[in-house]
Design a protein. Structure first.
Length: 168
């Protein structure tokens, strides 16, 4: 009877490395599926207008990395939102001040939020100053609804799974 051949520890580490690489690759692919706009690029045309084109995610939403007052955040574009709506936990993390209370009508009913003024909001190379926002104590997660207080000053065109934002 033949003696079973003993495998070297090197084989074990090769397999562990291979499995880890596959897991990292799959996780990166999933992240891209949720937010394909982690680094939005800006194109400046001959007239000086800035354009940022975003891809829809697999759920049909437009998510993109951006900044509020220099802090990196994740936006979900929402043309149905009047203001930039920020979850209370994110507002606290980036140092926003809750102002006067106001009533907001949401898909889930009427709620009380707090006004806030955002010194600077940017997505790619598009930046706006003194943008109205609201701090929402009922929002879960870390995504910020990028509403019309930001989007209203832009031209935007949706076509074939992309959304182009244009700042004159």
């Amino acid at each position: 009877m033949a003696t079973p051949r003993r495998r070297s520890p090197r084989h074990f580490f090769v397999w562990v490395g291979l499995i880890a690489a596959m897991a990292i690759g799959f996780n990166t692919w999933l992240d891209h599926q949720e937010n394909p706009n982690r680094n939005p690029q800006t194109v400046i045309d001959e007239q000086g207008s800035r354009e940022v084109t975003l891809e829809q995610n697999r759920a049909g939403h437009y998510l993109a990395q951006g900044k509020i007052n220099g802090h990196p955040v994740t936006f979900m574009l929402d043309t149905g939102a009047s203001h930039v709506s920020i979850p209370e936990s994110v507002a606290r993390d980036i140092g926003l001040t809750a102002g006067t209370p106001m009533i907001a009508r949401t898909a889930n009913g009427t709620i009380q939020v707090h006004r806030t003024q955002l010194r600077r909001v940017s997505i790619g190379g598009i930046t706006q100053r003194d943008v109205r926002g609201s701090i929402n104590p009922y929002m879960d997660g870390e995504k910020i609804l990028l509403g019309m207080s930001f989007l209203g000053d832009l031209d935007f065109i949706q076509s074939g799974g992309t959304l182009t934002l244009r700042q004159q």
